[in-house]
Ligand binder design. Structure first.
Ligand code: COA
Length: 427
């Protein structure tokens, strides 16, 4: 099967927003009266990023996109398509993408929308963006794909140690400096299943963990087989494998399933260290960031291996509960080494702070109150460098305050008008 591509498209640049607060998994285990080894060894969870009041999917998405445009000196007016993958939407109708469009000062001819299918949504967004780029060879600008999520479960529930948060922004275009997506026939698996969902009346997800794990592995087997059949690729053609990571131990379960069937003489532990670990380290620090999880692994891989891995083939498995899954491949671009220090995971981790269990509880309570239509406060975000903060809801409108300049004159105008609006309400 050929992989010819007249207008190759891929990821030109990638940036990660690392939330400023985290809690140790062992601290949550102590509060729940659970053996900490269950969380750290059984699930592979080390730390979880915790959103503070004033942070939501909009503020995280805005931070990641703003950092991307700044770090790679990209022109916001050249963005012709913005797609946000999220399952932490803040409104039943208005997409997160609409907020970001205003905050980033994007052109009024830019098409904007969200995609939703649990953790698969960012892959759907990336697919749409690459097809769009291939279709016009750059004439209509570049696409911006943002994956932004906050994973919350009930206190004391089995899912609680697997919480997390982050946002990943990707610039998609025809100069695949970071990653070129290979253009083999698609390998998709879909099935209606109640494995994980969040009803509209809840802040936290409901999960049938065992069903979800089983469905994930069935989807992996199906898409892997389909992809190898259509592409002609084999196990030894892959340098790296990246998986959607609801908790780090899941990546091991997924890898072991493939290795048992296809691995050569190398032990599964050694092969895992070589092929999966280089992309997994950030998930141990941030936890599950849902739609961004697979792309956090990709960013972590690029940040760790940089230019040394130019040309390496990466297999990516995306899974969204409900369910839709896809396996695809990409090659690391020749200039990924130039970019790797701009991705921002290491820097983000160095500047964050640890919170204790009582602060974690307090953050949850205030956040829930702010999601009602009655409370509006300024200055709640604990990230002093954050560009934008959620202040609360008044008259059914979400209010955001900009605290630092975003790029471009148009966005400065926009920032001032949003701030004036917030100031009126806060008065
Ligand atoms: N020390 C070390 N390991 C321990 C342990 C201890 N004291 N106690 C349990 N473990 C191990 C178990 O053996 C198990 O490992 P295994 O899966 O390799 O057998 C693992 O820890 C988890 O234990 P388990 O009893 O299965 O946990 P649980 O029923 O409380 O829940 C999940 C685990 C994964 C189902 C739950 O965390 C969950 O639902 N997570 C969310 C999943 C998700 O996000 N799905 C949607 C997208 S894919």
């Amino acid at each position: 099967m050929s992989n010819e591509d007249d207008h190759p498209a891929g990821i030109e640049a990638i940036s990660v927003y690392v939330p400023q607060n985290f809690i140790e998994a062992t601290e949550v285990a102590a509060a729940n009266g659970t053996d900490p080894e269950k969380y750290t060894r059984g699930l592979g969870c080390r730390r979880m990023a915790i959103a503070s009041p004033g942070e939501d999917a909009v503020t995280y998405g805005c931070e990641a996109a703003r950092l991307l445009l700044e770090r790679y000196q990209s022109d916001a007016s050249a963005i012709g398509l913005l797609v946000v993958g999220t399952e932490s939407g803040v409104d039943g109708s208005k997409p997160v993408a609409a907020y970001l469009h205003g905050m980033l000062g994007l052109d009024c001819r830019c098409r904007v929308f969200d995609t939703k299918h649990a953790c698969y949504s960012a892959t759907a967004a990336l697919r749409i963006a690459t097809d769009w780029c291939r279709g016009h060879d750059g004439r209509r600008g570049k696409a911006l794909v943002v994956a932004t999520d906050i994973a919350r479960y009930d206190l004391g529930s089995p899912g609680e140690p697997t919480q997390g948060a982050a946002a990943v922004a990707m610039l998609v275009g025809n100069d695949a400096a970071c990653m070129q997506l290979e253009h083999f026939p698609e390998a998709v698996y879909a099935q209606e299943v109640m494995d994980f969902w969040r009803p509209n009346y809840r802040h936290t997800a409901v999960v049938d963990g065992k069903v979800s794990l089983r469905t994930y592995l069935t989807a992996l087997e199906n898409t892997w087989d389909e992809y190898q059949r259509s592409s002609g690729l084999q196990w030894h053609d892959y340098e790296y494998l990246l998986f959607h990571v609801p908790f780090p131990r899941m990546a091991w379960k997924a890898f072991r399933l493939l290795h048992e069937r296809y691995g050569n003489g190398e032990s599964p532990e050694d092969a895992f260290s070589r092929m999966v670990e280089p992309g997994l380290w950030a998930c141990r620090e941030l936890g599950n960031c849902y739609s961004g999880s697979l792309y956090l692994c990709l960013a972590a891989l690029l940040e760790r291996v940089g230019q040394r891995a130019t040309g390496a083939r990466v297999g990516l498995f995306s899974y969204g509960s409900g369910c839709c899954a896809e396996f695809f491949t990409a090659r690391i671009g020749s200039s990924s080494g130039i970019w790797h220090d701009r991705i921002g995971i290491g820097n983000g981790l160095r500047r964050r702070r640890q919170i204790d269990y009582s602060t974690y509880l307090e953050f949850r309570q205030i956040t829930e109150r702010m999601e009602g239509n009655h409370e509006c406060q300024a200055g709640l975000a604990s990230d002093a460098d954050a560009a934008v903060t959620f202040c609360g809801t008044r008259e059914h409108r979400r209010l955001y305050r900009f605290q630092a300049p975003t790029a471009g004159a148009e966005s400065t105008q926009r920032r001032n008008s949003v701030n004036a609006q917030v100031a009126n309400v806060l008065r």
